[in-house]
Write a protein that binds this ligand. Structure first.
Ligand SMILES: O=C(O)CCC(=O)C(=O)O
Length: 248
């Protein structure tokens, strides 16, 4: 089971076989919610986009300065429905108030990175670092691609072979947290087609919505956009005081 129901709790979506913790929900948002998000992202003023060599990026509500966020709210289209739904997703069936951000400083995400990857684009293996509470919620739009998880060798260099590979389908939610966040790297390889996809290579095979498009373990990439929701630990009040950073 990988789509959301009223009685579901996060434990139903745990990705087993990876360091703790990862969760995958294939149908976290609907097709029309996906389209609204894609339209809003497309409608953002051009200067919102930062063109990087291998992808382009929007940062909401703003970039971090010295690991701190200016205290401005996220626009409504980024909070509804995603953050509301994250808050309603219980960690355990016995505690109706529990949620994935319950121990984070602001009790929920206050920052969203929007990454767009064309086929052949990706992101080098990296850690997200100490500016954030160690929970990342990634909503995927448009197309599927794989996130790879890497450990480090004793000398501190990155292992050559990924520890695991997670296929992220459009409209899905991937949550990575805890030791998986702090102790491991993640990256997206710069390929036009995913290869070697199957039950023994994909950590979340059992949780996928649809494996019919995977032919001989291969899946062509199309443009894919991700929204990564995080809680920035340090928040500076300056932005709220002068009211100058709240552009919607
Ligand atoms: O696009 C993604 O799924 C991953 C993005 C990422 O690694 C990051 O924002 O640190």
């Amino acid at each position: 089971m990988a789509s959301l129901t009223a009685s579901s709790c996060l434990e139903d979506y745990r990705i087993h076989g990876l360091p703790s913790s990862a969760f995958y929900i294939s149908d976290f948002i609907t097709v029309s919610e996906e389209q609204v998000l894609l339209d809003k992202i497309e409608a953002a003023p051009k200067p919102r986009w930062k063109q990087l060599s291998k992808r382009r990026l929007q940062t909401w509500p703003s970039d971090l300065t010295k690991n701190a966020l200016l205290d401005t709210p996220l626009p409504k289209w980024l909070t509804e429905p995603v953050i509301t739904r994250l808050h309603s997703l219980r960690l355990s069936p016995s505690d109706p108030k529990s949620h994935i951000f319950q121990d984070s400083p602001h009790n929920g995400p206050n920052h969203v990175l929007i990454n767009e990857y064309l086929p052949g684009q990706g992101i080098m293996p990296h850690k997200d670092g100490a500016a954030y509470h160690p929970v990342v919620c990634t909503v995927s739009l448009g197309s599927s691609l794989c996130l790879e998880v890497f450990g480090t060798k004793e000398d501190g260099t990155i292992e050559n072979k990924p520890k695991g590979k997670i296929l992220q389908e459009p409209r899905s939610l991937l949550i990575t947290a805890d030791e998986l966040y702090t102790g491991y790297l993640h990256g997206i390889s710069e390929v036009e087609e995913e290869v070697d996809l199957g039950p023994s290579t994909l950590s979340n095979w059992e949780l996928l919505r649809n494996t019919d498009d995977i032919i001989d373990g291969r899946l062509k990439r199309l443009p894919r956009t991700s929204l990564t929701y995080r809680d920035v630990i340090k928040v500076s009040k300056l932005g709220a005081k002068f009211g100058i950073f709240g552009s919607r």
